[in-house]
Design a protein around this ligand. Structure first.
Ligand code: 13P
Ligand code: SF4
Length: 357
């Protein structure tokens, strides 16, 4: 069965709305001073860092060494939900901070940078989305984690890259028709895998959208021994060449578990830190975007993830600024769609890194 129709309007963001990817420079002396200071600040506030794999290595190292957590968006939500800290510092993008707040209304949630957003979230304005859902009341509304709290509140289910296929398959088996938002590439991928009847919102991740199928084919010819690992926010022409399509955790697990020594990786380059840690002897090659000297915009590193830095982290621990709030009535409804996924995936703990307890 193919999707009945897709939404006409494209939600690709105009270039002016995409900030440049700027990684804050820091020397060894400042890094070490800030790291020591943040460790003390975390203790004083009974705070933990929850970071995404795409954030800067300094933040990931600090999260790991202070009892915090580095993971994909599903496990970041789970960890926050289970942690006993009073304060969680979410190093990632806005929807991750909101999800942490929705699941932990009693905790203080801080973010190093409140302007760290996501093109998928920005490309799915709640009013338009809500009107669209109202026009198709017979359909179950499934939204990707990379959406605002208000969009999640309008949904029946929230899913992540690591759970989307399983959830949609479950709904297909129950005979349901779906509204899917906002990522069109992930939506197409899930639709092909499950045969679901899906109306697909036309949003895109500005980072993954830049991976190029034609150039990837050439790169594969030059590295015939390499396995190709692809995040499902990538275009179909890239997904079609993958040895594995998976969430960020799934991609990291693959470099541990697959026999190959060489991998071409189509996701944000922030992931290379954990990959090198997990498999130091293996070789990782960036999948081609338009090329650094040509026209790529993000060049495979998310401009919003890059806004998180040690300096900003220390500052919010000092000041308590950048607290995340979600309106109570939105939070309550969004929580239902998030918890549906947490309950669904609890039966199937798929997201642990290989080797983790
Ligand atoms: P994961 O849930 O696979 O970590 O993906 C989140 C994301 O923002 C990818 O761009
Ligand atoms: Fe959003 Fe893409 Fe950045 Fe992930 S990498 S946060 S999907 S813009």
């Amino acid at each position: 069965m193919t999707s009945e129709a897709t939404i006409n309007r494209s939600y690709s963001l105009p270039k002016e709305q995409i900030p440049p990817t700027v990684v804050e420079e820091i020397n060894e002396h400042e890094r070490s001073e800030l790291t020591q200071k943040i460790k003390l600040q975390l203790e004083q506030r009974n705070a933990l860092i929850v970071a995404h794999y795409y954030t800067e290595p300094d933040l990931q190292v600090l999260a790991d060494s202070t009892g915090g957590y580095v993971s994909d968006s599903l496990d970041m939500a789970r960890f926050g939900n289970e942690s006993h800290a009073d304060t969680l510092i979410v190093c990632g993008v806005k929807f991750m901070g909101e999800t942490a707040k929705i699941l932990n209304p009693e905790k203080r949630i801080l973010m190093p940078e409140l302007n760290a957003n996501c093109s998928l979230d920005l490309g799915c304005p709640v009013d338009e989305f809500s009107n669209f859902c109202d026009a198709h009341p017979e359909r179950i509304v499934v939204v990707y984690a990379n959406t605002s709290a208000a969009v999640k509140a309008r949904a029946d289910w929230m899913v992540t890259s690591g759970s989307a296929v399983d959830v949609i398959q479950y709904l297909v088996n129950k005979g349901k028709k779906i509204i899917w938002a906002p990522d069109k590439y992930l939506g197409d991928y899930v639709q092909k895998k499950t045969g679901a009847d899906m109306l697909i919102w036309q949003g895109a991740c500005i980072v993954h959208e830049e991976f190029k199928g034609k150039e990837l084919r050439t790169l594969r010819k030059n590295h015939p021994d390499a396995k190709v690992l692809v995040h499902p926010e990538s275009p179909g022409s890239v997904i079609a060449q993958a040895d594995l399509v998976s969430s960020t955790t799934g991609i990291i697990n693959a470099v541990i578990e697959m026999d190959a020594m060489k991998f071409i990786v189509a996701t944000d380059t922030g992931i290379f830190h954990k990959m090198k840690e997990a498999a130091p002897d293996k070789i990782f090659i960036e999948a081609p975007t338009a090329g650094k000297s040509a026209t790529c915009i993000s060049c495979a590193h998310c401009p919003w993830m890059a806004m998180n830095s040690l300096r900003k982290l220390s500052r919010v621990l000092d000041t308590g600024d950048n607290e995340v709030f979600v309106e109570t009535n939105i939070a309550q409804r969004a929580r239902n769609s998030i918890e549906r996924l947490l309950i669904f995936t609890a039966k199937k703990p798929a997201n642990k890194l290989a080797g983790d307890a």
